[in-house]
Design a protein. Structure first.
Length: 51
């Protein structure tokens, strides 16, 4: 890519910075794709009406 030897770490830090929020979002999407999305517990709407 035309980078001089010994400067690649500095160039990566400058040009490949990714915000933490973006990293977390991508990590969540990958985890959901691999293991499935989070399960939501089923709620019985009539549970408070039982006597």
């Amino acid at each position: 890519m035309g980078w001089e030897p010994g400067t690649s770490a500095r160039m990566r830090a400058r040009y490949l910075h990714v915000p933490d929020a973006m990293l977390k979002d991508v990590a969540r999407k990958i985890a959901d794709a691999i293991w499935g999305g989070p399960e939501t517990p089923s709620v019985d709407k009539n549970q408070d009406n039982e006597v």
